[in-house]
Design a protein around this ligand. Structure first.
Ligand code: 0X9
Ligand code: CA
Ligand code: CA
Ligand code: ZN
Length: 642
């Protein structure tokens, strides 16, 4: 279906573009919700002019807050404008499914876990909401009653009232850590070596109101002086770059109202003060933070207020580490990774403050669903909870594993996280290329940086089947001398790019690693590339870019590999509009189905099981833009079948 401007705006669409809503004079009729249909691309200005504030966007319709006189203006423009009664709202968005965890149930669940695991879990009321409800933080760690010197992590959920799935996500995390402690080694290690703080409901007033009214409520419930409009968007109220950049609204009735001042909301004050209280002798104990939202299936990192990537106080290395961890998490949960501003500019957000003010690595998850038209957006049925929370298990574990030194994600732990009796482990050069059956040699060096010398024993992980790392010496001194290390491959080693991690275990207990990137090339006949640009028409018919593979399949081995490599480069202004298929001699595989909400460009390496298809023949990359309002081109792609 061709989408109108309504769905062209569909990605959350909570920006400040429609903020001309004038405050009604005292006694004027209050704003109410209307459904507007028949809006064509480019006609958004009509909403602006009438003073209507967009609160939500759906396939074929925009929902606005407006006064009756403003709604009448829209009708005069020929738009279909329906009054949304509370019943109509509930019918459109559905009531909140009682299967979600409401405020009393959240308190009961936290109390149950603390009762069940008294040595691992404790709870603390870190402050009160505007209406006086407890804001609860659950702490999980071994020796939970003791403030140990372990890296701390903070999880916040439900800043936005209607994003009920996020509360269940936080409680899934708590259950995962507690129930699987002692049985799952990765979880046990995390609970033993981290102090984890979970705030499952950052906005209990808003959540309670939304459960009671099913009104699709986003903000807190704090009144605004001089207005009948209630509420501040907590995720526009944080004190870094508050209100700086048109990424929030100054209009009290707007869904992204930033509040009267930075930290004017009670709930952001409480959480800020809790974070500040985690400084010991001036050193912030929390190293990583995750803020949980719905929807769009994204992993986001700072900054949200600007599209610049590296801007002080976010250094190039800090940005790179955010990106590396964020991308690893996205690989594990199937979300799309990107900088927060890639979705849209938002200012006064929690993650920007966490990094800029406290140097806490901070991420945002936007959970299920992927798109607005797939399901009930913020109100999917509670039946999705088990699958949509457990899909984040490995991503959360990975995040926790980095909490001692997030810079390890870019192999800069030696620079940023040095310990006594330390050394660096280095392998020169970036990428080593070796043909199947061949051997590539290089050197490895251990160099003492602090403390005493150690003897370092070497091992390696991550080598593919058939590849053997060979160390000239099994143990090397930290005197800086270069030692030989080589990698021999078998004729059967699957071509591809591998990261072999060489690990050094020093006699003083210091563990250091050095990643080595090795590209194993197969027969040239099994590779193809096409770098000719192919324009992808907006909301148009499929386009393809093709290549021919010949002489790759043999009589004994005619098929492509179970882990074939497809590298895709596409320039596009909204990859959430795009569908991509790889069409081979034996059929089509969908590799991208409108993932990534409103983000730009695809530069990605896909590993595909193509073992059901003959290698030789024509292979095409097909791109279809399914929505209007954005466009791009297939830039280049490379296919390695064996
Ligand atoms: O707008 C928000 O606060 C978040 N999205 S939501 O739909 N859950 O409201 C996203 C915040 C991420 N930051 C930026 N987009 N800049
Ligand atoms: Ca502990
Ligand atoms: Ca501590
Ligand atoms: Zn949100």
């Amino acid at each position: 279906m061709r989408r109108t401007v309504a769905s062209a705006l569909s990605v959350l669409a909570l920006g400040a573009a429609f903020s001309l809503f004038s405050t009604p004079a005292a006694g004027a009729p209050a704003a109410q919700t209307y459904r507007v249909r028949g809006l064509e691309p480019g006609q958004e200005i009509l909403l602006d002019r009438a003073g209507a504030v967009v609160t939500d966007v759906d396939e074929g319709a925009v929902y606005v807050k407006a006064r009756p006189d403003q709604a009448a203006k829209l009708r005069k423009q020929g738009l279909k404008v329906d009054t949304m009664t509370a019943t109509a709202l509930a019918a459109t968005f559905g009531p909140v499914d009682p299967g979600y965890t409401d405020y009393p149930e959240m308190q009961a669940e936290v109390a149950r876990l603390v009762g069940l695991y008294p040595t691992l879990a404790s709870q603390q009321v870190i402050g009160k909401s505007f209406e006086g409800k407890d804001i609860v933080a659950l702490k999980i760690s071994d020796n939970v009653g003791v403030d140990e010197t372990e890296p701390e992590m903070l999880f916040t959920a439900n800043q936005h009232a209607r994003e009920h799935l996020t509360v269940d996500m936080a409680l899934y995390l708590a259950n995962m850590l507690l129930n699987d402690y002692g049985s799952d080694p990765a979880i046990t290690k995390i609970v033993d070596n981290r102090e984890i703080w979970i705030i499952p409901m950052a906005n209990p007033d808003g959540a309670t109101y939304d459960f009671a009214t099913s009104s699709y409520w986003r903000k807190n419930r704090q009144p605004n002086s001089g207005s009948t409009a209630i509420g501040t968007d907590l995720n526009r109220n944080w004190g870094y770059k508050w209100g700086c950049c048109a990424g929030s609204s100054g209009v009290k009735s707007n869904d992204t109202y930033r509040g009267s001042a930075a930290f004017s909301a009670k709930e952001t004050q409480v959480i800020r003060d809790f974070v500040l209280s985690r400084r010991v002798a001036g050193v912030q104990q929390i190293t990583e933070h995750l803020d949980i939202h719905t929807y769009s299936q994204l992993v986001l990192w700072p900054f949200g207020y600007t599209t610049s990537t590296v801007v002080a106080p976010l250094t190039a290395d800090a940005y790179a580490a955010h990106r590396a961890i964020g991308t690893e998490m996205a690989d594990l949960n199937g979300y799309w990774p990107g900088q927060a501003s890639g979705l849209y500019i938002a200012d006064g957000i929690i993650s920007d403050w966490m990094w800029a003010d406290q140097k806490i690595f901070s991420f945002t998850f936007e959970m299920y669903p992927k798109r607005s038209d797939l399901f009930e957006q913020f109100y999917p049925p509670a039946s999705v909870i088990p699958a949509q929370t457990s899909r984040n298990r490995q991503a959360l574990i990975r995040l926790a594993q980095y909490a001692d030194c997030p810079y390890r994600s870019i192999s800069k732990e030696n620079t940023y996280c040095a310990v006594a009796d330390d050394y660096t482990l280095t392998v020169p050069g970036a990428t080593y290329v070796v043909a199947q059956g061949g051997t590539v040699a290089t050197t490895i060096t251990a160099t003492k940086t602090t403390g005493a010398n150690q003897l370092v024993s070497l091992t390696a992980t991550g080598a593919p089947a058939g590849m053997t790392p060979i160390f000239g010496l099994g143990s090397i001194p930290t005197d800086g001398s270069a030692q030989t290390i080589s990698f021999s491959t078998a004729a059967t080693t699957t071509p591809g790019e591998y990261t072999v991690v060489v690990r050094g275990d020093g006699t003083a207990g210091t563990v250091r690693t050095a990643p080595v990137t090795i590209v194993v090339t197969g027969s040239a006949a099994c590779q193809g590339a096409n770098a000719t640009d192919v324009a992808i028409p907006d909301d148009g018919t499929p386009v393809t870019s093709s290549l021919t593979i010949a002489g790759c399949g043999s009589l004994v081995s005619p098929m492509a590999n179970a882990s074939a490599r497809l590298e895709v480069h596409i320039a596009h202004t909204n990859i959430g509009d795009l569908q991509l298929r790889l069409i081979g001699p034996g059929g089509a595989v969908t590799i991208h189905d409108r993932d990534g909400a409103d983000m730009n460009n695809i530069d990605k390496i896909y590993t595909l099981d193509l073992s059901g298809q003959t290698a030789d023949g024509t292979w095409s990359l097909e791109a279809t833009d399914l929505e209007s309002g954005s466009t791009g081109k297939i830039d280049s792609w490379t296919l390695t079948l064996k």
